[in-house]
Design a protein around this ligand. Sequence first.
Ligand code: FAD
Length: 470
Amino acid sequence: MTATTIDSDSFTRYAESFGGRLIHPDATDYDAARTVWNGLIDRRPALIARCTSADDVVRSVLFARENDLLVSIRGGGHHVAGYAVCDDGMMIDMSAMRRVDIDPQARTARVQAGALWADVDGAAQPHGLATPGGEVSLTGVAGLTLGGGVGYVRRKFGLSCDNLLAVEIVTADGQKRRASQSENSDLFWALRGGGGNFGVVTAFEFRLHPVGPEVVTLNPIYPFDQARSLLEAWRRFTDTAPDEASTAFAIWGIPEHPDLPVELHGMPVCLLDGMYSGPRPQGEALFQPLREVAEPIMDLGGPTTYLEAQKSFDEFMRDGDLYYWKSLYLNEMSDDAIGTMMSWVRRRPNPRLLVIIRHLGGAISRVAEDATAYQNRAAQFMFSIDGAWTDPAESERNIAWIRGFWEAMSRYSNGGVYVNFPGFGENPQHLWRSSYGNNYRKLVAVKTKYDPANFFRMNQNIKPVADKVH
Ligand SMILES: Cc1cc2nc3c(=O)[nH]c(=O)nc-3n(C[C@H](O)[C@H](O)[C@H](O)COP(=O)(O)OP(=O)(O)OC[C@H]3O[C@@H](n4cnc5c(N)ncnc54)[C@H](O)[C@@H]3O)c2cc1C
């Protein structure tokens, strides 16, 4: 932070009142603090404000406003586009605020905005409760929930954002507000899918449901040459699948992981991934035919605990590797779409490029499209290409391939991306408009009311009416 841009008296007052830690570029842990999950992101904020209270957030917002600093907000730091960190400005870092309080009688959880899903699951499962989270337990609650939240109990209990009861937030004017169905209801509407556009969330209140402790997972892994027949079998399964079953089809390469046989590392495979969140006998019977489509190479599914299932992919999504993920919503998996997909995946430049199709529907599509900012509720499938690699020399080729594949699949989509898997948010005006569809205008109105100067813009940015600058 340079003396030319910052009024030093104002900084002194801010630093004296700040209860958390202000991390400057010369601090020994500055690099660790600015690093996010995607190793392609290398940004250097002038200051990292690691907050420990909502008051710290208020002070940081007011200080950044006074000094006209660009602000980014870090939850779990897992957004693929790296929106959590900015160059030169201030990162408001929520990672020290991870408290989770469970009320088992009321079946609610109050979750501070720096929590990871492992924190929520770890606190709720001893009571036999859960709220829909993500499929990797190290992902942040904040970014995932604010963009929607698609997890292993999505068809039974909906998106993460569908289970919000209230949100505590500091808006661009430095005010602490509460948003719920009865307080600031327009803000509450926008926060359920509209991302970090409206302020710094300090805590979420979620509804909890009885889940687990035992669940049944689906995870047969087949040779790649079975991909088409597996995809067709899975498509038939999704036609009649009960809400308890949230499943996905994927094409991948066996990860180089010490627990997996060395001779299989890198082998191209197809697989199913999913969870049955109901009684074990029904889950086992339902999944059995999908485990026998061909001779599996491995089968990692079966009865397990919800906690274990929630962590099962954690080690395969290492911090600091290079990532580019892009998605589309599909109303159906037509034969033509399957054909296009198969022709592209055969030419994958790298077996670690994961192609995944998640079955949506169920509770997600029983919410009206205008009930929350998250819009794409009729879509039955979410298609995403989750690119991962380690050698920077491969970045250009991998990203170009993913973009080409995404373009080719776009013609089967009803438009828009899942805002939590948007590549780097290229062509933002078009991308966010098409992703929010008919809800876009209302999002602009709420943004204009609560953040007329577009102070919060390191996100899937909804521009307020008057913003011609950013
Ligand atoms: C390994 C991995 C697995 C994933 N699995 C799933 C999955 O199963 N389902 C799914 O739906 N998504 C999944 N995602 C995508 C995930 O939803 C996004 O990456 C999400 O942004 C992560 O949230 P975060 O808090 O970790 O991100 P961050 O990078 O910290 O933040 C993301 C965005 O949210 C904003 N934000 C963060 N905290 C706050 C806050 N307190 N107040 C206001 N705005 C805030 C940030 O400014 C930024 O714009 C996965 C991502 C990864 C990397």
